[in-house]
Ligand binder design. Structure first.
Ligand code: GLU
Length: 622
């Protein structure tokens, strides 16, 4: 439903909301946001470009990869909006300034901690397979053989799922926000219209996608004006996206999920508007206006585990993030990592990751379609049994086999001779993440994506945004026993792991990262760094990363290999430098985090160098 006026949080009537708001004016103690309608954020003409990866203070905090997005969120917080309002404002701005990583053409997972109730709630805004998507969608009719993953599938209509991002914003605001959707979009609309300064990351990401973008008339026009990627330092404007946001502000989500724009998205997916001279095959997809009309965000229980006195809340399936991070933590909790050398602790981290990944591959899919044993995967007894295969002094041969969730007692028996399988990794590295806390102590952790950098490569004509290629997160080869097989209406398994950690019932830490299937290990490693290895949150985010996803090699950043390579190699690990097929960056993730200390002191942290540095801000820097 559209939200054309400012609103109050669900469960509080407008009248009582206003009454409470009025009463609170005279009260020096900050009000819970439930009853407050925040003033619409004012918009200014300055272009925030300075990236400061750490900010410490009070009254609210935000961390994103981008200074414009952080500034938009900060403005909302300063105007009295709550964390949800600011998260939506920042996410909408990321749709403008990070259009290759996120936007209304994509999906994501939203985790919210309500300081008043002490509860954590989540929204699953994952893209969904169209109802007409056949199980052999990734087989080329012409040849009877599977499409190549790159370039065929990634640059296609076939990989476009029904977007969930706008519905997520609307639902989050409706449930917990104080701003209308239109007001929350206003700062982003302003940025889209006045333009933002192109930085190295934006130019490089455009160049990395040049062939794909040039394959579509509308994408070429928008992102390769004059046949080149926008120059560093130039101003990039997207008035068509500004108009789209305006339309949504006026008419609500139905301007997107119904009517002309819905029909247009469906047309583009079913009959991609390719340029005349492209050699890319661009298979057509199945999205219909009906899929869009029927899209629903899922409100669901978080995946929860406890870890050394903390309660760790993550995303339950359709994301594999919460269960895989949680299971690995449960395994690690059996060891005193803080008493170990960093190399020994990292060995345990890598081995626990591999074990949890084996189970992810076997059991994780969309719970609306397959039976996912979420509870059992997060059972300490199951972790105890999985830990039996962790040799503290020797890396196991990978892939390790999955555990049996149907029969475990936590007691170690003779090692099984079963062989494991490495889950084919088709998740690409892109996406974006943001963290917000407000003056009342409410916290949002939100990871959103259009799948790989540049999504499907297809811009919706006249509307300024890219469509996702999220359906590539389904297993590419159909197997009826695979929980992540293609099924119409299903959500492909994700790795997104927005995580909120409570201590004594209060928010202590919120963090998340992009990075495809490395998201899980990035979040896990940061938690271990912070909770076990004595690092500050700044150090925990900056520390070099490595990821073991149950495969023969550990992928690691060069600094990790330089520091820990010899000791870990001696323990039997094979380390190889990070880097994917699309970019040359030897980086893993691009995290954001906020730590909440005593007396509501907030430390907002973004990347100090990865992906061109992030931007952290606080309302009151004291
Ligand atoms: N498609 C990935 C997922 O849902 C996210 C893509 C990325 O982070 O690069 O887990």
């Amino acid at each position: 439903m559209p939200h054309l006026a400012r609103r109050v949080t669900a469960g509080v009537s407008a009248a009582s909301g206003l009454a409470v708001a009025a009463a609170l004016v005279a009260t020096p103690v900050p009000a819970q946001p439930a009853a407050q309608a925040a003033p619409a954020p004012s918009t200014t003409s300055e272009r925030p470009t300075v990236k400061d990866p750490t900010a410490v203070g009070k009254g609210g905090a935000i961390s994103t990869v981008d200074p414009e997005a952080s500034a938009a969120g900060l403005k909302v917080l300063k105007a009295g909006g709550n964390a949800v309002d600011a998260a939506v404002a920042a996410a909408a701005t990321l749709g403008v300034t990070e259009p290759y990583s996120a936007g209304i053409g994509g999906g994501g997972y939203f985790v919210y901690y309500n300081a008043k109730s002490g509860k954590v709630r989540t929204l699953d805004g994952r893209e969904t397979a169209p109802m007409k998507m056949p199980q052999d969608a990734f087989i080329d009719d012409a040849t009877g053989k599977p499409y190549t993953f790159t370039p065929d599938l990634v640059t296609s209509g076939a990989s476009v799922g029904t977007p969930g991002t706008l519905a997520t914003w609307d639902k989050a605001l409706g449930n917990w926000g104080t701003l209308s959707l239109g007001d929350a979009l206003a700062p982003a609309t302003k940025v889209a219209r006045r333009g933002f300064k192109v930085d190295e990351t934006f130019r490089q990401q455009t160049l990395d996608n040049e062939e794909r973008f040039a394959a579509f008339k509308d994408t070429k026009k928008l992102f390769l004006p004059q046949g080149d990627a926008p120059k560093i330092g130039s101003i990039f404007r997207n008035p068509e996206l500004a108009d789209t946001y305006d339309l949504i502000a006026q008419r609500g989500t139905k301007a997107f999920y119904r009517g002309t724009l819905a029909r247009l998205m469906s047309e583009v997916v079913r009959k991609p508007r390719t340029s005349k001279n492209t050699d890319l095959p661009v298979p057509a997809g199945w999205l219909t206006a009906r899929d869009l009309r029927d899209y629903k965000v899922r409100s669901q229980r978080a995946a929860k585990t406890s870890y050394r006195g903390h309660d760790v809340y993550g995303m339950a399936p359709s994301s594999s993030g919460g269960t895989t991070v949680g299971e690995a933590l449960n395994i690690l909790e059996r060891y005193d990592l803080s008493a170990m050398t960093p190399e020994q602790a990292l060995h345990h981290y890598l081995e626990a990751s591999a074990l949890a990944y084996a189970d992810r591959g076997k059991y994780l899919g969309d719970p609306a379609f397959v039976d996912v044993p979420t509870k059992r995967l997060l059972d300490d007894k199951f972790a105890a049994e999985r830990a039996c295969s962790l040799n503290p002094t020797k890396a196991a041969t990978k892939p390790v086999p999955a555990g049996d969730v149907t029969s475990y007692d936590g007691v170690c028996t003779a090692a099984s001779s079963a062989k494991g399988t490495t889950d084919a990794d088709t998740e690409n590295i892109s996406t974006t993440n943001l963290t917000v806390a407000d003056q009342w102590g409410n916290v949002v952790e939100y990871t959103l994506t259009i799948e790989q950098t540049g999504g499907s490569g297809m811009v919706v004509p006249g509307h300024g945004f890219l469509l996702n290629n999220e359906l590539t997160d389904f297993s590419t080869v159909y197997d009826a026993a695979d929980p992540n097989r293609i099924q119409p209406g299903k959500r492909p398994r994700s790795s997104m792991s927005p995580t909120i950690v409570l201590k004594d019932g209060k928010a202590f830490l919120a963090l998340g990262s992009p990075g495809g299937s490395t998201i899980i290990t990035t979040v896990l490693q940061m938690l271990v760094n912070r909770i076990d290895l004595g690092m500050t949150i700044e150090e925990a985010i900056a520390a070099p990363r490595a990821t073991q996803r149950n495969s023969a090699n550990v992928t690691a950043e060069p600094a990790f290999i330089a520091t820990y390579g010899p000791a870990l190699t001696a323990l039997g690990h094979t380390l190889v430098p990070a880097g994917d097929a699309f970019t040359s960056a030897a980086e893993i993730g691009a995290a954001t985090a906020i730590e909440l200390g005593p007396r509501n002191r907030m430390t907002a942290v973004a990347e100090p160098s990865r992906r061109g540095k992030g931007s952290a801000k606080v309302v009151d820097a004291r």
